[in-house]
Design a protein around this ligand. Sequence first.
Ligand code: 5GP
Length: 213
Amino acid sequence: MGDTPTIKRRGLLLVLSSPSGAGKTTIARRLIDADPDISMSVSVTTRKPRPGEVDGRDYNFIEADAFKRMADENELIEWAQVFGNLYGTPRTPVEAAIERGQDVLFDIDWQGAQQLSEKMKHDVVRVFILPPSADSLEQRLRSRAQDPDDVVRRRMDAAADEISHWPEYDYVIVNSDLPTSMEGLTAILAAERLRRDRLNGLTAFVREMQSHL
Ligand code: 5GP
């Protein structure tokens, strides 16, 4: 067998949504660490950094007027208000990645997933992560912080709201076991990368082959 040919392709936009407490952040980190062809989209937000968060890595933390300017000047592909703060995805890095054939991973909510699908329908692959049960979600939300019951209740309500959007996604992973969820996500990514309509180098590749047949 000869060398494996490289066929040029468009990068894809892998959107991961879930209620908080379903394990999405862990899944996203594992994927980014394991696969050099996908990188995380860094959102801008007006939320203040939490302890341990790094500006430029977790988010670009900006003021509300800077956010408004970016939104007005069409520099954000999508943006939404979540829990009273503004979050948005800067356009330029995403478009550049697609052209380079590099995939981008998004940890955004259902509002962002909807906007991204409307604007870049053919490039978006949407995956929803569900917890295995309501109990496991509640335990995760309680163990995260020593929050009073009403805070946990509010988070459970927010989770119920996010979960109601599951039918808008292309794939759903029930995250009972991390390795199994990773296997599922890796399989989705592998198959989506092979879609004919993303392989924009295919016509030239096949033509060249045909010319030698
Ligand atoms: P957190 O403040 O906990 O980091 O994120 C809160 C929620 O905002 C999460 O559900 C997260 O997926 C969502 N989010 C983060 N960045 C963006 C973004 O750029 N756009 C949208 N639409 N949602 C985002």
